[in-house]
Design a protein around this ligand. Structure first.
Ligand code: KG4
Ligand code: ZN
Length: 329
């Protein structure tokens, strides 16, 4: 049976809807709320959920202009993790559509959406691999054995990598979200100018910690004068990237697979992409980086994960609720 999946993603501050058919994307729309949250320096949950309510209907109308509802034979939405009141908007809308259409419904873990996104476009997904998921809310190293078969290898014990980028950007007076801004400024900077700590440097332990790095930047900042911004951004970014690359390679060797995947908003980072490519070449490992348009939150990755599950016979119970703390592993 063909699998035409309509997916809704509203876990944080992007309202996104996509339809994925067997031959590829039929529609993918994102209404970003970034500008709304910028003046608060971060996402305000109440503002986010109210805005999802405003955006979701016109977005759905736009998507359905490209793909009539009659073609859809599975409806899906992000079930968690995320902001509960935001999740509920997309999750309830998707359940309503599934009931109205009398089609199966599949709730998807947002992190599974990220994890599988580097395989987007492949029908035989995923190959055994080690996946680094680096986003604003999560930093995880996951062993991927197949769809729905994941093992935790390591995770951050405090801040997520994207959160560290955003918090350091805030310290530096840069706008939210800080990751892309630091990435841009760092291109003109010297990554070796400031020596910043690499937490938990040993490769045997695959957990991460980024809050000490953020504190180091906070204490260094008042001592700096002159033109330091680009060098500080580059040095901070290097400290994050260094640890991410080293532990991902170590995890891949420990597990004994030959494929690394990298996904989530921080996988857009140009230095991380460059250093991952170099490390893979050096160690002879294969590497799949998520396409940057599928790295930050989007519904195409949710539709892809749902399609993989649909094809394997998974279905969700409509009585199941959204879960802000849903775990992948
Ligand atoms: O995956 P995502 O859109 O949302 C979550 O699921 O959290 O990730 C957003 C995060 C933000 O922290 C943002 O600053 C970071 O991804 N980000 C970047 C870059 N682009 C987005 N961090 C570093 N460099 C970038 N180019
Ligand atoms: Zn995300």
């Amino acid at each position: 049976m063909s699998a035409v999946v309509l997916a809704i993603e509203t876990s944080c501050d992007e309202t996104a809807i996509a339809v994925l058919g067997d031959d590829g994307l039929l529609a993918s729309e994102i209404a970003s709320q970034t500008a709304l949250h910028q003046k608060y320096g971060g996402v305000v949950p109440e503002v986010a959920s109210r805005n999802h309510l405003i955006k979701i209907q016109p977005l759905l109308t736009r998507v359905l202009e490209r793909c009539p509802l009659e073609q859809v034979n599975c409806v899906s939405a992000t079930r968690g993790p995320g902001l509960l009141t935001s999740l509920l908007v997309g999750y309830s809308a998707a359940k309503g559509l599934a009931i109205g259409l009398d089609k199966p419904f599949i709730g998807i873990n947002h992190l599974e959406g990220h994890l599988l996104s580097p395989f987007f476009g492949e029908s035989a997904c995923p190959r055994p691999s080690v996946g680094l998921i680096v986003s604003g809310g999560h930093t995880l190293l996951v062993r991927c054995l197949g769809v729905g078969a994941y093992r935790l290898l390591g995770r951050t014990l405090d801040d997520a990598a994207g959160e560290a980028f955003d918090k350091v950007a805030k310290l530096l007076g840069l706008p939210y979200p800080g990751g892309p801004v630091i990435d841009r400024l760092a291109k003109q900077g010297d990554p070796a100018r400031y020596e910043l700590p690499r937490s938990m440097p040993g490769n045997a332990n695959l957990d991460f910690s980024f809050s000490g790095l953020k504190t180091a930047v906070r204490y260094l900042l008042p001592k700096l004068t002159g033109d330091f911004l680009a060098d500080l951004c580059a040095s901070f970014q290097e400290a994050v990237v260094d640890v991410l690359v080293r532990k991902t390679v170590a995890a891949t060797k420990q597990v004994g697979v030959d494929l690394i995947t990298v996904s989530g908003g921080v996988s857009c980072n140009s230095r991380l992409r460059k250093k991952m490519i170099e490390a893979a070449q050096r160690t002879g490992l294969a590497l799949k980086l998520a396409n940057p348009v599928l790295s930050t939150d989007n519904a195409a990755m949710i539709a892809y994960a749902a399609q993989q599950r649909f094809n394997r016979g998974y279905r969700s119970d409509l009585a199941e609720d959204a879960d802000p703390n849903l775990r992948l592993v």
